[in-house]
Design a protein around this ligand. Structure first.
Ligand SMILES: CSC[C@H]1O[C@H](OP(=O)(O)O)[C@H](O)[C@@H]1O
Length: 339
């Protein structure tokens, strides 16, 4: 089962509910735009490439659900769904990219039924391409890892953040497939613990050696030379910075201080060719994500909370960005990644 997929029998979206992992593996169906948006906001489906596919499938679902009977009104319905879906999470550029790619594809339709069919097929194309792109990222990135490396990662940039294979974890999978022994150190990644809940779970499913640490242990572990490389995913890449899960910048400073490579693995669909650090809205998430751990209260219920979901790592802290088109060492012009 892919992280997210289209159900041809019911013309709905099916996805792994990541909020239940690692204790429960459950595939849920999104039959409405509202249920898809709730799944995106609550991170049942998450991760930039997976959100790209979710955005595309969301437009396909809107096309199937539309009650209208002409192309002009269907176009309006799709535009309305596009705005609703894009508003769910602002930082990961892939969400809007997936939505807009399917919207654009439907504009080539000759008739009403054609619009619906094109929307579904384009969304499926995005998903299929994501898997192939991740394999290319893995192929390029695996050359940067050496046999015996211990690699630190943050959050989850694996198959659960994509349609399949993964970006940062895809590089690790490809390196292991090429015969290299790689061990992973996964940071738990507070406050939603994508690292402890998702990264350790998916690596253990593949029998890839992984050790869980708390985010605050990273400095100690890196300083004691237990880490050879750091590799993370990305949610948006601008000319001057990489936006990724909160805590990524901290790891980049540690890597720079201790002179170990800091790699970012991401498809070119994560690049924001017009943006810069100051132009990007960082998603602020619900304060209770820090006041509670699950249902357990871990802070006073009225304590002030600051809960940005992402931070920005300046390009000068990054050793290389690994894309499906190759490895790019800053400084470079973003357009170069398009080859
Ligand atoms: C392969 S991109 C994964 C990227 O997305 C995560 O954010 P979230 O879990 O909030 O969707 C995190 O930044 C990962 O690096």
């Amino acid at each position: 089962m892919r992280t997210i997929d289209w159900n041809d029998e019911s013309n709905t979206i099916k996805l792994i509910d990541q909020t239940l992992l690692p204790s429960e593996y459950k595939v849920i169906e999104c039959k409405t735009i509202e249920s898809l948006c709730e799944s995106i906001k609550s991170l049942r489906i998450r991760g930039a490439p997976a959100l790209g596919a979710a955005g595309g499938y969301g437009i396909a679902l809107a096309a199937v659900l539309s009650k209208t009977d002409n192309m002009d009104n269907l176009t309006k319905d799709l535009q309305s769904a596009a705005e609703t879906i894009k508003a769910t999470r602002p930082t990961a550029v892939n969400l809007a990219w997936g939505v807009e790619r399917v919207i654009k594809a439907t504009s080539d339709a000759y008739d009403f039924e054609g619009m619906k069919n094109i929307a579904i097929e384009e969304a499926k194309q995005i998903a299929d391409e994501d898997v192939a792109i991740n394999k290319k990222i893995g192929e390029h990135g695996s050359k940067l890892l050496e046999d015996g490396d211990t690699v630190l990662t943050h959050c989850n940039a694996g198959k659960l953040a994509c349609v399949d294979w993964g970006t940062a974890l895809g590089v690790i999978r490809s390196a292991i497939e090429s015969g290299k022994n790689i061990k992973v150190v996964a940071c738990e990644t507070r406050p939603l613990n994508q690292g402890s809940r998702l990264t350790t779970w998916e690596l253990m499913q593949d029998n890839i050696p992984v050790t869980l640490i708390s985010d605050s242990m990273a400095g100690h572990v890196i300083r004691h030379e237990a880490i050879d490389k750091v590799i993370v995913g990305a949610d948006r890449i601008t000319e001057d910075a990489v936006f990724n899960k909160i805590g990524t910048y901290t790891h980049s400073v540690l890597a720079k201080e201790h002179e170990i490579p800091f790699y970012v693995a991401a498809p070119t669909s994560t690049f924001d060719f017009k943006g810069w650090e100051g132009s990007v809205k960082i998603e602020q998430r619900n304060a209770d994500e820090l006041r509670y751990f699950g249902n357990v209260q871990i802070a006073p219920e009225n304590v002030n909370v600051y809960n940005p979901a992402f931070d920005a790592t300046p390009m000068e802290n990054i050793s290389a960005i690994i894309t499906e088109n190759g490895v790019f060492h800053p400084p470079f012009l973003l357009d170069e990644v398009l080859i």
